[in-house]
Design a protein around this ligand. Sequence first.
Ligand SMILES: [Zn+2]
Length: 144
Amino acid sequence: MSLDEKLFEIKRKWIPVYFILLIGLIILAIHFILMAYFTNNQDYASFSLLTLVAAGYIGYNLSKFLNTIISKYTTVKLLTCKKCGYSNEDKNVDKEDYVMKEDGICPKCGGKMIIEGIYRIEEKTKPSLLELFGLKKKIRNRFK
Ligand SMILES: [Zn+2]
């Protein structure tokens, strides 16, 4: 798991709390506005303003978080055919794999494929709402 993903996991736990807080503040603000309207009491007006500011702050943070882009890393190995030069990236990296190891048969010419390199590729993703609420498993094991 990358640092991005770890931070994301920590923040994600707070999302439902923020949502409940936001809804609570909005209800409170509506309540104060109605009270201010019906009782003509200035105190209710300032309370409603305060709760609206707080709701706005939480809403802003929430929307910022919902737009977070996180980096995912996938380990791949670059396989190259010694005979014809055909190459492709394979995501099925084993613990036993190493550079220059023979690995499989070339689909083009039937020659031996060797591992030219093992590296990580970065993918930028934006988590969906379902993932944020933990309703969908987001981070699967990418290191088979
Ligand atoms: Zn080949």
